[in-house]
Every structure is written in structure tokens, then in C-alpha cells.
Design a binder for this molecule. Structure first.
Ligand SMILES: Nc1ncnc2c1ncn2[C@@H]1O[C@H](COP(=O)(O)OP(=O)(O)OP(=O)(O)O)[C@@H](O)[C@H]1O
Length: 259
């Protein structure tokens, strides 16, 4: 549970295009790390390298090291499917399996994972995951309804329940609130604050107030121009990034002078 991730000199390509260059960063366990920066600077691309999702795109590849508690995620003995089990992901748009019931959506993670579980055990796991995602009270009487019958905010918490059901070590969140209203956003932020006790969380967000509210550390990505690779410009405690950043580019970005 809750492992640290150390990246050194990570370069990320789409075919010949170097999208992200030279990222070295240490992500601490049991904390929330926020990644911010202007559109196209490679935040989502970098996030997807942390669970080997980047390479599912034809021609995409990664150079450098990504090490999780000593385990090289790109080592010759690392299995991408196992890595994705250890490093769960929640996306921008809630993406429950629409025709599957609420119950089956949570169980799906476990079933896809090939875990054989008795009905009573599965009931317990589904309940504890839904409780963990602060959704149980709202859905306990309608577990057989389709996932798509829930509100957007509830669907996102359902996706979080599905992700935590398989007990990952790390949870990646790519703009998890950008499709949600302010109340649902606060519900997800409260949930993140609870989840960080048990997981390492990395969140990409365009919402700087959100980064300031939820995270302990913040990484600012930037790029020099179109066609140029994105780089990690500054990585520091969130409080420092938002009050006294080391780099002028960070200050310009957070004060809204560009980006
Ligand atoms: N599937 C892809 N194939 C080729 N290039 C891609 C692909 N996805 C992203 N890119 C390119 O990689 C660069 C980084 O994109 P990425 O989506 O990671 O940035 P981002 O910082 O997350 O942006 P945003 O904040 O707009 O989501 C961009 O130049 C983008 O056009």
C-alpha cells in the first residue's frame, strides 16, 4: 500500500515527437502530488507513464527510469498488466461501464483482475470499496441499477470505488473534477483527503485552487513553444509553489500572467 515513485530523466515520445523531456521527480507515499501547467505541456502524458498506459498508443515509448518502491516499472521483468493493477487510474470524464449495474461496476475491477471471489466476499469488497469512495449511503438500496443512472459526481465516485476495489498502491487522477459541479468537486476533494491516508495520489488539474487545497507537493510543467517538449520546471511543497516559487515561470503561471 502507498508506495513512493522515483522518476529519473524520463523522456516520453509519440513516435518521433518528444512530448516530455527529462523529468526527474520523487513522489511521496501517503500524500497528494498535483501536476499543473498550461495545455499541451505533457501533464497527462507524464501521468500515463506512471502506470504504463502511455505505451498502449501505437509508436509511443518511454525512456528513463520509473521506480516504485525499488521496483523498476519499465524493467525487463515488469509486466504492464501487473503495473496497472498496482497503479490505478481515474479519468477526466466519469467512465463507468454504462449498462453494468453499480455493483458490477465495482466488482468489474476484481473480475478483470482474475480474482476468484465467493459471492459473500465480493459483497463485502463492493461495500467496502463504495464506503471508501463515500458513495455507499447513496447507492446501497439500488446496487442493481445501471452505473449510468447516477449523477456525474456519483459516477466519478463509482469509478474511484472501482479503482480502489483492487487495492492499488498508487492512484492517478487525470483532471477528475473537470466535468463536475462545485459540490461534487468538493465531495471528490474530501474523498481524496481521506484516500491519501492509504494511497499515493497524483492528480493532474487545471484548477490551481484545487491544487492548492488538496496537495502537499506541486509540480509545474511548461513548454517553450508548440512542437517543443514539456518539462518539469519546478517541483516543491505546494505552499511554496503558491507563495514563493523558485522559478519566475511558475510565478507567472500561477498569477495568471500566461497559460
Ligand atoms: N495520442 C497522441 N499522439 C500524438 N501526440 C499526442 C497524443 N496525445 C498527446 N499528444 C501530444 O503530446 C503533448 C502533450 O499532451 P498532453 O495531453 O500530455 O498535455 P497536457 O499538459 O495534459 O494538456 P491538457 O492540459 O490540455 O490536457 C501535446 O503536444 C499533444 O499534442
Amino acid at each position: 500500500m502507498a508506495k513512493r515513485i522515483d522518476c529519473s530523466d524520463v523522456n516520453i515520445y509519440y513516435g518521433n515527437f518528444l512530448a516530455v523531456e527529462g523529468v526527474t521527480i520523487s513522489i511521496e507515499p501517503r500524500s497528494i502530488t498535483a501536476l499543473i501547467g498550461p495545455s499541451g505541456c505533457g501533464k497527462s502524458t507524464f501521468l500515463r507513464t506512471l502506470n504504463r498506459m502511455h505505451e498502449v498508443i501505437p509508436g509511443a515509448r518511454v525512456e528513463g527510469k520509473v521506480v516504485m518502491d525499488g521496483q523498476d516499472l519499465y524493467g525487463s521483468d515488469a509486466d504492464p498488466v501487473t503495473v496497472r493493477r498496482q497503479v490505478g487510474m481515474v479519468f477526466q470524464r466519469p467512465n463507468p461501464f454504462p449498462t453494468m449495474s453499480i455493483y458490477e461496476n465495482v466488482a468489474a475491477g476484481l473480475r478483470l483482475n482474475g480474482t476468484r471471489t465467493k459471492k459473500a466476499e465480493m459483497d463485502e469488497l463492493v461495500e467496502s470499496s463504495l464506503r471508501g469512495a463515500n458513495l455507499w449511503e447513496e447507492v446501497k438500496d439500488r446496487l442493481d441499477r445501471p452505473g449510468s443512472s447516477l449523477s456525474g459526481g456519483q459516477q466519478q465516485r463509482l469509478c474511484i470505488a472501482r479503482a480502489i476495489a483492487i487495492e492499488p498502491d498508487v492512484l492517478l487522477m487525470d483532471e477528475p473534477c473537470s466535468a463536475l459541479d462545485p459540490i461534487s468537486t468538493l465531495a471528490i476533494e474530501d474523498l481524496m483527503a481521506e484516500l491519501k491516508e492509504r494511497y499515493t495520489i497524483v492528480i493532474v488539474t487545471h484548477n490551481m485552487q484545487q491544487a492548492a487545497r488538496v496537495s502537499e507537493s506541486t509540480g509545474f510543467f511548461n513548454l517553450n513553444g508548440i512542437g517543443q517538449p514539456g518539462r518539469l520546471i519546478e517541483f516543491n511543497p505546494t505552499e511554496k509553489i503558491f507563495s514563493n516559487p523558485d522559478q519566475k515561470a511558475t510565478e507567472d503561471y500561477i498569477s495568471g500572467r500566461f497559460g
